[in-house]
Design a binder for this molecule. Structure first.
Ligand SMILES: NC(=O)CC[C@H](N)C(=O)O
Length: 311
């Protein structure tokens, strides 16, 4: 595996340069009005190695909400408190359907397919609320993200959280449906309030790639760093990222890029190259499955050039 610093820098700069010439950039998410303001011309990438050294190119220091990438962090937190008991409330199979789909919930008696579709992530957040009041739960989520990235400036973008609270009709439907199957313990609005705020965690690619490092390095913060989750747990979270991280685009992403990754509707993607690097990319234009169009192309190019695919 290639960890030549000069080559990493050259590769990510080339990929950003190539991305800047592309005319087709996807559509920014508009169902959350605040996200519709994003500029699809933006594109950034950051790569963090085991040492913590981070290389960036393009708009890698711009802040964006991380949206569904936050589901990786809440999954790690919930597994930390309830352990494998979580799997009685949520599955771990790819859904083959859109991130906000309700269809499978009816046939599968309120057990969401996996923790990365919205219904599954709402259950995970509901599980975190077993141990905390909503404000405390949010505080814990922010604290976790800050400690992973070793950056105390990470915060929640309240305008985005508010915007989603106003237009999150589908998520409200999902939460109520879960409740009807006794798979939600808290009031739907209460769990959703925490969920919207976790999705509105605001980070740059540099911060996100640092925060994802524990998943790339056996659950620990790289060379000399603290152990965050057990090695086995990190492996399992990465496995679910590979199979479910891009919803009904997960197969195509694995085929094209070939590393575990989690996307968010803001155009953020966190990708894991086991024992090599953690990568965050951002470009707000999305493909039909709601995954970053340019971000995926950048990752495809970088992973190929550095021979970083797990396959
Ligand atoms: N795919 C996503 O990033 C979805 C997250 C978004 N907050 C939602 O619930 O709709």
């Amino acid at each position: 595996m290639n960890v030549d610093r000069e080559q990493i820098s050259k590769t990510i700069n080339n990929a950003i340069e190539n991305a800047s010439t592309r005319a087709v950039r996807g559509e920014v998410a508009s169902y959350i009005p605040e996200l519709a303001k994003a500029n699809p011309q933006k594109a950034g990438i950051a790569v963090t190695l085991s040492s913590g050294d981070t290389f960036g190119a393009g708009d890698f220091e711009d802040q964006s909400t991380i949206q569904s990438v936050s589901k990786v962090f809440t999954l790690a937190m919930a597994l930390g408190t309830v352990g494998d008991g979580l799997w009685s409330r949520v599955g771990r199979e790819p859904s083959g359907s859109a991130f906000d789909s309700i269809l499978q919930l009816e046939h599968e008696r309120g057990i969401p397919r996996n923790p990365f579709v919205n219904a599954g992530a709402i259950v995970v957040t509901d599980e975190i609320l077993a141990n905390y009041q909503p404000k405390e739960a949010l505080g814990e989520i922010v604290r976790f993200a800050r400690s992973l990235a070793q950056d105390d400036t990470i915060h929640i973008d309240k305008a985005v959280a508010r915007s989603e609270t106003q237009t999150g009709h589908r998520n409200r439907a999902l939460a109520n449906y879960l409740l009807s199957f006794n798979n939600l313990r808290n009031e739907p609005d209460l769990t959703l309030g925490v969920y919207y705020h976790q999705c509105a965690l605001s980070m740059s690619c540099a911060q996100l790639s640092r925060a994802g490092r524990f998943l790339a390095f056996g659950g620990g913060l790289g060379t000399g760093g603290a152990q965050i989750v057990a090695k086995k747990r990190a492996k399992r979270i990465a496995a679910i990222m590979l199979t479910c991280g891009h919803y009904d685009g997960s197969g195509d992403f694995a085929y094209r890029v070939g590393v575990p990754a989690k996307s968010g509707v803001s155009g953020m993607i966190l990708a894991i190259v086991p024992n090599v690097a953690s990568i965050a990319v951002w470009s707000p234009g999305l493909d039909k499955q709601g995954n970053s169009l340019i971000g995926t192309q950048i990752l495809e190019e970088v992973v190929e050039a550095l021979d970083w695919s797990i396959f």
